[in-house]
Design a protein around this ligand. Structure first.
Ligand code: PLP
Length: 413
């Protein structure tokens, strides 16, 4: 049997873009004794969590918490507002957008999957998997729907398979400019609490997120942030729903409870995460991730390898996709790096499997843990026979040294 305590010495470097490394503070909070989920203390905890989550999503409206992975919250989002056969507009930005589209098909919806055709001359990879959502394409499609048969536009905020973000405010403007009433649904499973996300300001109707990324928790809980319009539409939507139905959850949440047994100890962890993130301030959290992303990209550029994201305005602050040279199997490299240096990197997924790997820069990391991860990558790339243009480790060190974290600057002032 696999012994989970049989680790090599030192900390494992979990540098995948979620699950992210969990801070010790959160692990300790989760080890407290489980309490009665219908008792008085639990109601207080529940209300605090729901309030804190609203601040994280930047919304005044309800947030539903599910004891499920992000996939469950995807399903919850679709079944609460849509009816069998409904047309939904989705955009192929990568593997997770593709999985969500497949789920829509399985649920009996009629998704239309917008894409950007062609392959990139430099890498041979699909163009659509190196770009964000094209808001102009969405506006154009909605204008060709005068009968308003399209019920929702569903997009991914931070495509975890590619490291490309999408401009959600621009998608909102596209829907409004087309004068179309479709709901805007946004997967921010890997964006929330790392990349800026403004639910109310951006006019999002349903947002989907999960615990194991920016919230720095283990996997196991996920979220739907709602708008008043989404709640209204859910009253008449006809896809079958019971466990996922928002009405009972939102009703019971008013007093801090759930209609079923919630994940008590993960919620302790969420409480701690909210204290950490809100205590630091969301702007500082976003800036921290941007800074880490820039340092990691400096390394990749110094190695002379292409970053998967082809648009510098859309670089993900959460992860960086690194394209390997033609003929170099990115998964073989990842295996080598794992064996030699106990460092886990994200695999390429779907249409780009084997052609790239992903470096996560989220969760419980800092400049030095990232430097260690980059050192592991650089050693592994060389051992794997990849000819590097220069030292990424040196470039990232230079970057971090030249760009002190804001709190360091404040302390020095
Ligand atoms: N959407 C995105 C953008 C993701 O990154 C993931 C998981 O990594 C999912 C959906 C699916 O979530 P889960 O694996 O928690 O079910």
């Amino acid at each position: 049997m696999l012994r989970l305590d049989n680790h090599p010495s030192g900390r494992h470097f979990l540098q995948i873009p979620g699950p992210s490394p969990v801070p010790d503070r959160i692990l300790r909070a989760m080890s407290l004794p489980t309490i009665d989920h219908r008792g008085p203390e639990f109601g207080v905890l529940g209300l605090q969590l729901l309030d804190g989550l609203k601040q994280i999503f930047q919304t005044r409206h309800p947030v539903a918490i599910y004891p499920a992975s992000g996939t469950g919250a995807w399903e919850a989002a679709l079944v609460n507002v849509l009816s069998p056969g409904d047309a939904v507009l989705m955009a192929e930005t990568g593997h997770f957008a593709t999985l969500w589209q497949k789920m829509a098909l399985r649920l009996g919806l009629a998704p239309e999957f917008l894409t950007l055709p062609g392959t990139c001359a430099e890498t041979g990879l699909p163009v659509a998997w190196r770009q964000g959502v094209d808001a102009g394409q969405i506006a154009e499609r909605l204008r060709r729907d005068p009968g308003h048969s399209i019920r929702a536009v569903c997009v991914v905020h931070n495509e975890t398979s590619t490291g490309v973000t999408s401009d959600i405010a621009a998608v909102r403007r596209a829907i409004d400019d087309a004068g179309h009433p479709a709901l805007l649904m946004v997967d921010t499973i890997s964006g929330l609490a790392s990349a800026e996300y403004r639910h109310d300001d951006w006019g999002v109707d349903v947002a989907i997120s999960g615990s194991q990324k920016g919230l720095m928790l283990p996997p196991g809980i996920s979220f739907n942030a709602l708008s008043p319009k989404a709640l209204e539409v859910s009253k008449t939507a006809k896809l079958p729903k019971a466990f996922w139905a928002w009405d009972e959850i939102v009703e019971m949440n008013r007093s801090g409870y759930w209609p079923y047994t919630p994940s008590t100890n993960l919620l302790y962890g969420l409480h701690e995460a909210l204290e950490m993130l809100l205590g630091q301030g969301l702007d500082a959290v976003f800036a921290r991730h941007q800074r880490w992303g820039a340092g990691v990209r400096a390394a990749v550029q110094a190695w002379g390898l292409p970053v998967q994201c082809a648009d510098a305005g859309l670089y993900s602050p959460v992860l960086t996709g690194v394209v390997t040279p033609v003929g170099v199997d990115a998964d073989a490299l990842r295996r080598l790096i794992h064996e030699r240096f106990d460092l886990s990197l994200g695999t390429g997924l779907g249409r780009i499997k084997g052609r790239m790997f992903r470096i996560g820069h989220l969760g419980d990391c800092n400049d030095l843990t990232l430097m260690a991860a980059l050192a592991g990558c650089e050693m592994g790339l060389k051992l794997g026979g990849v000819k590097l243009a220069g030292s990424g480790v040196q470039a990232a060190m230079d970057h971090f040294a030249a760009h002190p974290a804001p709190q360091v600057l404040q302390a020095a002032a």
